[in-house]
Design a protein around this ligand. Structure first.
Ligand code: SF4
Ligand code: SF4
Length: 632
């Protein structure tokens, strides 16, 4: 038998045996619940002996290292054994004993890095340094998958926190850095699998954040959001600069936290749900999503173009079968803007704009956010009592793939803010789509646009963002909205005039501005996104309440034709003491006042979310639109 083959066979056998013994020991300790601290120390040394033997084997056999490394490592592995001999007998509950949980977590992580070291010494990669090589191979990924499944299997209670921890660790197992030795398309595929699992993980974190008002729930939701962000930042630097440090470090830190979280039970006491928890969560999760969108788009763009086009163009050509998912490279767009003009300040503004906009308008980012938000809208559907609110929740879910992905990206029909990314919008299609929006909003009110087509509906009408309703509004916004509408009309008019060759295109340095796309993208992918990020401060639907979405105000004008929120019986409102409708409205429309004056409310800023109908104490509200006329 070939020597190399025999050696490889021995390495694989050693790793499998070592994993088997480790899981047997750890499972034994965890299942027992109550353990003697001395036993934990003793067993930690057993695990460490196997770990240091892996290092010694890899170092001496494959790197031709000095043999004296072995006694030094064995001495290190004996430290817990020595401590066990001087520690008093003490029975502790493992999940309540931070010392035992921390020790075991550290030992397991060290053990898995050691196995990764042995594997990489035998099979590669050998391209970086020992630490990076140890955590950048498939053996390390397989261990993480087994960890996730094993701890889920032995968990006494299998609740959403356990599932979130499992998906968290399994998503790490598919990070592309672990497939560095494989062909580029395999790396891309693994990275897509990793982000798909992370999307499931993020949805679970949202659900924990909403439902768990306990210290443990908040800690898990916030910490996993932070580590998801760290990992995605690692993916971003790996995709952009081929840097392996951050992604490798983030994996090891995340693993350490994962083991602490499964081995230690944090207090499950109820806590007061203050705004700061959802706000920190929202910031972390959005940073994770942005980094994921940016990193995955750069990675996908570079890999697919280098494999299928044999070059790195500025835009993916049709010969790249993945052009529809990775049409542009946000990194290249940002870099291009750094020298767009001779003015440093303008360049800095353009660069920040390009980085953010090119990330948030990438199909990958929109699809990822669409999946997450749709699930949260579906949760709203399950919770809603009123049939019309339920039906609209379903329409919103259907609206994601149709109106925020398929139509704006893959046709040249104008859907505010997203179009023109892949296909240029023509004057004819622009006109037809504006007329369609007008007809739809005449028939169903502003909700036909704001509550089904625009991505705001997916973000702000869902079970998580629902909690950020402002307490009051200001009359200032009533006037501000007309300014934004005027700016939008000027942008649209300029676009029409440029298309008709009545006006020259606007140029800033090397960049030619299409007023239609600039206005749409600037509003939806820049202003909208910043307000979305700051939802806890500005409240849900700030676009409609503060009126900075000119297109929303435009569609709101047609609320005045057929659409009404009407009281079934005005006398019920006259005697109502709760005014729950007013409190429920995210736009802060004084609905009860309107009803007492006219019997209905049909303000321009009403997005038709249905919250007032859902929350009315006496189920006294209904929506009047074309459907109610047909039903009559
Ligand atoms: S909560 Fe219902 S009954 Fe009370 S004022 Fe509002 S619409 Fe009328
Ligand atoms: S009035 Fe009712 S439907 Fe309109 S925005 Fe307010 S809560 Fe939503």
């Amino acid at each position: 038998m070939d020597n190399n083959f025999l050696l490889s066979y021995l390495v694989v056998t050693y790793i499998i045996l070592m994993m088997f013994i480790n899981f047997w020991i750890i499972g034994h300790i965890v299942i027992k619940e109550y353990v003697n601290r001395r036993v934990v120390l003793f067993l930690s040394s057993i695990i460490l002996y196997m770990a240091v033997e892996s290092i010694a084997l890899g170092y001496i056999v494959f790197h031709r290292g000095e043999i004296f490394i072995e006694p030094i490592l064995l001495l290190f592995a004996s430290v817990p054994l020595f401590l066990s001999s001087i520690t008093k007998n003490m029975i502790v509950r493992l999940k309540s004993d931070i010392i035992s949980s921390l020790l075991l977590s550290g030992v397991i992580v060290f053990d898995e890095i050691s196995m990764g070291y042995l594997y990489s010494s035998a099979f590669g990669p050998h391209s970086y340094n020992p630490f990076i090589d140890s955590v950048s191979n498939v053996a390390f990924g397989i261990m993480m998958i087994i960890d996730g499944l094993f701890f889920l299997f032995i968990a006494r209670v299998k609740n959403i926190i356990e599932f979130a921890l499992t998906t968290f660790t399994i998503s790490m197992a598919f990070l592309p850095s672990l497939f560095i030795e494989f062909p580029k398309l395999v790396q891309l595929f693994s990275s897509l699998v990793s982000t798909a699992i992370m999307i499931i993980n993020i949805i679970m974190l949202y659900l924990i954040e909403i439902k768990r008002v306990t210290f443990q729930g908040q800690l898990i939701a916030l910490s996993l959001a932070l580590f998801d962000f760290l990992m995605m930042l690692g993916l971003l630097t790996f995709a952009s600069f081929n840097d392996m440090w951050l992604i490798s470090l983030s994996v090891v830190i995340s693993m350490m936290w994962y083991f602490i979280a499964v081995l230690y039970e944090f207090p499950n006491k109820r806590i007061e749900m203050k705004l700061r928890y959802p706000f920190i969560f929202l910031v972390l999760i959005n940073l994770a999503e942005l980094s994921m969108g940016f990193g995955e788009s750069v990675f996908g763009f570079n890999i697919t173009n280098s494999v299928f086009v044999n070059a790195i163009p500025t835009r993916s050509p049709p010969s790249n079968p993945f052009w529809w998912l990775f049409p542009i490279n946000p990194l290249l767009m940002g870099i291009e803007a750094t020298h767009a003009t001779n003015d440093l300040v303008i360049n800095a503004i353009l660069t920040s704009y390009m980085f953010l906009m090119a990330t948030t308008m990438e199909p990958f980012y929109v699809i990822m956010m669409g999946i997450e938000m749709s699930y949260l809208v579906y949760e709203r559907y399950k919770k809603a009592k009123n049939l019309s609110v339920k039906n609209w929740a379903l329409i919103i879910v259907l609206g994601v793939p149709i109106f925020t992905v398929l139509i704006p990206y893959y046709t040249n029909i104008y859907v505010f803010g997203m179009s023109g990314m892949i296909f240029r919008v023509t004057l004819l299609s622009f006109t037809i789509s504006i007329i369609s929006v007008i007809v739809a909003t005449i028939l169903f009110g502003r909700r036909a646009y704001c509550n089904a087509v625009c991505m705001s509906a997916h973000m702000w009408t869902n079970i998580f963002y629902d909690q950020f309703k402002p307490k009051r509004s200001s009359r200032v916004w009533e006037y501000v909205r007309w300014t934004f509408l005027a700016i939008m009309l000027i942008a649209f008019l300029s676009y029409i005039m440029i298309e008709l060759k009545l006006l020259a295109p606007i140029k800033i340095g090397m960049i030619t501005l299409d007023p239609l796309n600039f206005y749409g993208m600037f509003t939806v992918n820049y202003i909208w996104w910043i307000f979305y990020f700051l939802t806890p401060f500005f409240g849900a639907y700030s676009c409609a309440r503060q009126g900075w979405c000119g297109f929303g105000t435009f569609t709101g004008l047609f609320n005045k034709v057929l659409f009404k929120i009407r009281a079934k019986d005005v006398s019920v409102c006259e005697n109502c003491e709760t005014h729950a409708c007013d409190m429920a409205c995210p736009i802060k429309i004084p609905i009860s006042d309107d009803i007492l004056k006219k019997g209905y409310s049909n303000r321009i800023n009403c997005v038709g979310c249905g919250d007032c109908i859902e929350d009315c104490t006496y189920n006294n509200l209904e929506i009047i639109d074309i459907i109610s006329f047909i039903k009559k």
